[in-house]
Design a protein around this ligand. Structure first.
Ligand SMILES: O=C([O-])CC(=O)C(=O)O
Ligand SMILES: [Mg+2]
Length: 602
């Protein structure tokens, strides 16, 4: 990483406590930023570069006069230019590439454009286009972004992380959010090796855009522990460590070294886990959750936004969570994460026992319905987290006519008569017409969420779900979909993506410096989102079940406030805050894309 100045500084001063630039102590916008760099070096720092917006005074002060065209632009004018360039490109992947170039040149300008129409830009810089970019990472690579922690260089972990913070003009203690992936299960597209760095970057872009986390105070991290993706291993352009995935004790020690460094050096950071494989995601969360402020997006984020959408629907129908029968199709990280979130909600909020709560949830995976006899050996290895939902064989016997070894989705729908069907299977088209019609026969308001990502992996298309249920369905999807025209009405489709919830949860945890991220805090977040549902607020089913993405910043304020209030109630806050001031404190914490004034650091 880095340039000559930072290397010599950090060498002299053991990672260099002297910063190249300083934004002041406030996480929000600083009015004056002091900078040690001049000339080209300042233009090469995307967090500092203003491009054509450097004022004449700053051009003199920092030796920039001959390095920039004469005209001085405002941020608004620069954003208009980006807009024109963006409109000229037709293919989403090219737009994505263009956005990366802007991001690497000038972060303020990047966020100014992103926030102009977040709803339109999000599918370009996030799901689904970011998935395409990740799968082509080594071919499309222009320049590095983020922190690459490579297994063969494990002795450098601490140095690399601290150096990355300094590059941003921060000390480790200033870092608010770290997103880490090991890329084993990226979205629904599996093991992507080093390319997974781009999911960490994309999630952090959302923290900044949607929740105002200062972009200088974040670190995107990939743990490159090898890859089992044959195509990548055979690709001569592949940029990651060409080695099969490290497992077992060596893997655990590497992760532990990383987390240990976060805990000891990055004391204020909220650690967000993204797209780990099913065997590691929950295990690591459970291991580290008791001792730090940490969160797994695929388990808790996806679970929380699904819960928020369900709560919004139940507010419309007047029904209750404990009355529902849930079928979860696809029992990987996200599927079991959702099941767990629903179950824990029923336990904590509705007073059900674990057994009573789990009984309301039927989970299927590749072989079919998860059953207890499956757990006693056989051809499918059921995990401990899935075991909670495994059904008693007697229940299946009572169904009689099952032709396959394990009941399939249609059998389950026929016999269970679910009210909620959730897809996390990455099996496109798995919710067939027959299955959906069977469900709708016995159910007044079928709730169907095909959540697999990206778009081409959805279990059903929203338009078909309306057709097959005579318009009775409540739908939410994992990737964005166009509104559906059914009979004389147009229905907005809610994107039930964890992007609605993680930025606000992270913001809340960071503002009050919570010791842990508890289940109660996640329920508070889900409830806050359900209260912002346009459909619920207007009692109009054609409106989206989840808030408009362009309203994301306001939603994040509500979510963060709810999280902090819950944290205070549980004495989890390390930062003293008065409940009355919470929302104001949250707002003041938030960074906005606007230029600060620059002074020379002496
Ligand atoms: O990134 C997204 O769009 C949602 C998510 O976490 C996943 O699919 O793994
Ligand atoms: Mg994910």
């Amino acid at each position: 990483m880095g340039n000559v100045e930072s290397k010599s500084l950090s060498g002299e001063q053991q990672y260099g406590i002297r910063k190249l630039h300083t934004y002041g102590d406030s996480p929000g916008n600083s009015t004056v930023v002091k900078i040690f760099l001049t000339g080209q070096a300042i233009l090469n720092q995307p967090l500092l570069n203003k491009g054509s917006a450097f004022t004449k005074r700053e051009r003199e002060l920092f030796n920039l006069c001959s390095l920039l065209p004469y005209q001085v632009n405002s941020l608004e004018e620069q954003t208009n230019r980006v807009q024109e360039q963006f409109e000229q490109l037709k293919k989403p992947i090219l737009k994505n590439e263009m956005m990366q170039i802007i991001h690497d040149q000038n972060e303020t300008l990047f966020y100014s454009f992103v926030l102009r129409d977040l709803k339109r830009i999000l599918p370009i810089i996030y799901t689904p286009t970011e998935g395409e970019y990740i799968s082509k990472y080594s071919q499309m690579f222009h320049r590095p972004r983020g922190v690459y922690l490579n297994f063969p260089e494990s002795e450098k972990i601490e140095h690399t992380l601290i150096e990355a913070a300094l590059q941003n003009g921060m000390t480790p203690n200033d870092i608010d959010v770290i997103v880490v992936t090991d890329s084993e299960q990226i979205l629904g597209i599996g093991d992507q090796g080093v390319g997974g760095i781009a999911i960490s970057t994309a999630k952090l872009v959302l923290y900044t855009a949607m929740a105002g986390i200062n972009p200088a105070r974040v670190l995107p991290v990939v743990l490159d522990v090898g890859t089992n993706n044959k195509d990548l291993l055979e690709d001569p352009l592949y940029l990651g460590w060409r080695h099969e995935r490290i497992r077992g004790n060596e893997y655990d020690a590497f992760v532990d070294q990383f987390v240990g460094c976060v805990r000891t050096q990055f004391k204020r950071a909220f650690l967000h886990w993204e797209d780990f494989g099913v065997d590691n995601a929950r295990r690591l969360l459970l291991q580290y959750r008791p001792t730090m402020s940490t969160f797994n997006d695929d388990i808790q984020g996806t679970g929380a936004v699904t819960l928020a959408t369900l709560l919004a629907i139940l507010k419309i129908t007047g029904d209750t969570m404990e009355n529902q029968k849930f079928v979860v199709f696809g029992s990987g990280t996200a599927g079991i994460g959702i099941a767990d979130q629903i179950r824990t909600y029923l336990q904590v909020k509705k007073g059900l026992s674990q057994e009573e709560a789990a009984k309301r949830i039927w989970c299927l995976d590749r072989p079919g319905l998860l059953t207890q006899d499956m757990a006693q050996g056989g051809d499918y290895r059921i995990t401990n987290q899935q075991r909670v939902y495994a059904r008693h064989p007697d229940e299946i016997k009572s169904w009689g006519d099952i032709k396959t070894k394990h009941p399939q989705l249609l059998d389950v729908v026929k016999h269970v008569k679910p009210t909620v069907l959730i897809g996390c299977s990455t099996v496109p088209g798995a919710f067939t017409e027959e299955i959906v019609k069977t469900m709708a026969e016995d159910c007044e308001n079928p709730i169907i969420f095909p959540l697999s990502n990206p778009t081409h992996l959805h279990e059903a298309k929203p338009a078909d779900l309306f057709d097959w249920t005579d318009g009775k369905v409540f739908v939410a999807t994992g990737s964005p979909f166009e509104p559906v025209q059914y009979k004389d009405k147009t229905y907005e489709i809610a994107e039930c993506n964890n992007s609605f919830v993680f930025p606000g949860i992270g913001l809340g945890c960071v503002v009050c410096r919570t010791k842990h991220c508890t289940d109660q805090m996640i329920f508070a977040a889900a409830n806050a989102i359900s209260e912002c549902s346009p459909s619920t607020q207007s009692k109009d089913r054609t409106r989206s079940l989840l808030p408009d993405i362009n309203d994301a910043r306001n939603v994040s304020i509500k979510v963060a406030t709810a999280v902090i209030e819950q944290a205070i109630e549980q004495s989890e806050n390390r930062h003293e805050l008065l409940i009355e001031d919470t929302e104001k404190t949250v707002r003041e914490f938030m960074w906005e894309p606007k230029y600060s004034e620059y002074e020379l650091m002496q």
